[in-house]
Design a binder for this molecule. Structure first.
Ligand SMILES: [Zn+2]
Length: 354
């Protein structure tokens, strides 16, 4: 009710509850592994040999206490296990997204930093708001053709020229004005029409610096942090908001800014980029997860995807044990290679969602 209240992840909307009703013949209730139990088992391993108690009784005690604890305590959602599950399941469905991110990661390692990627990224993201990908791409190509450098945009005397270059993206007058204003302000303050200087700032300083500019909201800034600066960020757009609400990770009244603050704190860092990109993609192609059941890019053959997310809300933060084992194997402790490890072949036997 209170729009300012923190998201309460366990409260689900009526619509979500009715979806989970369809799957109450949940065959996994006695085979469920919650993050606490996984933790307890790990603790048990360390205790081995270092105590006088017989290990079987310790194991029983530990598991029992974990079960009691879990019965009393609500699992904080999204739990790491379900975050990994969703990333793995969607990677299997949309492998091209993780491939593209692998390319991004490779490039980031190879980049010599000579390119002005940050200004590009900020201007590109400004063009992408409230328009389709196709129109954003057209507007970007046209802008770069007419103004190959940001200095040219900054010094352009006739705003109409910038406006006409990006016309196809819509809201051209406002966008042109805002883009030029940012470049002019930066040039005045730092002598150069470039935002490259934020590269060495820490996350909070980047957020503070960029939010001074009109037109740069929290989502744009979060995208810049994630894609241009390689920081651990989880931007929340309309698709991410809708699907995480549907899965019961955040309550139905949560707005985008609140969802960002909450999810950015609770999604494991190593999967933030993949999970963000996968949810955006999935929201555009899946009939079950698209807005109003009408995906922007449905499968061309007229079929519908077999959505792996339908049961997630009914799991309430726990994930059937078999998946946890697979996910733990896929990720292990080597989080740096997680993106590669999570590829579809390592995630067999995903649940049927019918
Ligand atoms: Zn779906």
């Amino acid at each position: 009710m209170d729009a300012n209240a923190l998201p309460t992840p366990r409260r689900r909307s009526k619509r979500v509850q009715s979806t989970s009703k369809q799957s109450t013949n949940d065959d996994s209730s006695d085979n469920i592994v919650t993050p606490d139990i996984v933790q307890s088992n790990k603790r048990h391993k360390h205790m081995k040999g270092s105590t006088t108690k017989d290990t079987t009784s310790i194991k029983v005690e530990v598991v029992k206490s974990a079960i009691v604890k879990n019965a009393k305590m609500k699992v904080k959602r999204p739990s790491p296990a379900e975050s990994y599950y969703v990333t793995a399941a969607l990677s299997k469905l949309h492998p091209e997204i993780v491939d593209r991110n692998d390319e991004r990661r490779k490039k980031a390692h190879q980049s010599c930093g000579s390119q002005d990627t940050i200004t590009d990224s900020i201007m590109h993201t400004m063009l992408s708001q409230n328009t389709t990908d196709a129109n954003k791409d057209r507007a970007w190509a046209s802008l770069k053709r007419k103004f190959p450098t940001w200095d040219q945009v900054e010094s352009c005397e006739n705003l109409d020229e910038i406006e006409s270059a990006i016309k196809v993206a819509g809201l051209a007058k406002t966008r042109a004005q805002r883009m030029q204003n940012i470049l002019r302000q930066v040039k005045q303050e730092r002598g150069e029409a470039s935002l490259e200087y934020i590269r060495d700032f820490d996350d909070d300083k980047v957020k503070k610096e960029l939010s001074r500019f009109k037109g740069l909201g929290p989502k744009t800034i979060s995208c810049v942090l994630l894609f241009s600066l390689g920081r651990n960020e989880f931007p929340v757009d309309t698709h991410v908001l809708r699907i995480t609400q549907k899965m019961g990770w955040i309550s139905s009244g949560t707005n985008r800014e609140q969802a960002y603050e909450y999810l950015n704190d609770n999604i494991p860092n190593e999967i933030k980029m993949d999970l963000h990109c996968l949810l955006v993609r999935h929201g555009k192609v899946c009939h079950k997860c698209a807005a109003n059941g009408r995906p922007q890019f449905p499968p061309e053959d007229g079929s519908q995807l077999d959505c792996p997310l339908l049961k997630v809300s009914s799991w309430k933060g726990s994930v059937p044990g078999a998946f946890v084992v697979h996910l733990a194997k896929a990720y292990g402790d080597n989080t740096s290679s997680s993106a590669v490890a999570i590829k579809s072949e390592i995630v067999p036997d995903l649940p049927k969602s019918k």
